[in-house]
Design a protein around this ligand. Structure first.
Ligand SMILES: [Zn+2]
Length: 92
């Protein structure tokens, strides 16, 4: 019973973290649901996969483009802007 509980709670917590992390990175709600279900059901497969994919550049940024990370919402965007295009906060 104890192991069953751990086997359910750990994947659930990791899946919740993956879903909130994916949301912060601007994933669509379909993608977030997919990652949540995938990590919860097959943690061993989907967690490494997610960690590999998240370290790559977001699809909406071109290669070789200078980027910076918003300190408020955590999204990546083009450099040399004064306001974050996602949360609207002033950056400097
Ligand atoms: Zn922001």
């Amino acid at each position: 019973m104890y192991f069953l509980l751990i086997g359910l709670i750990v994947p659930l917590l990791v899946a919740v973290w993956v879903a909130s992390d994916a949301k912060k990175r601007g994933y669509s709600s379909a993608a977030i649901t997919g990652w949540f279900a995938g990590v919860f059901l097959l943690l061993i497969v989907f967690l490494p996969l997610y960690l590999i994919l998240r370290s790559r550049r977001p699809y909406y940024l071109k290669k070789n483009e200078a980027t910076r990370l918003c300190p408020f919402c955590g999204k990546l965007f083009k450099e040399y802007v004064n306001f974050c295009p996602y949360c609207g906060k002033k950056l400097r």
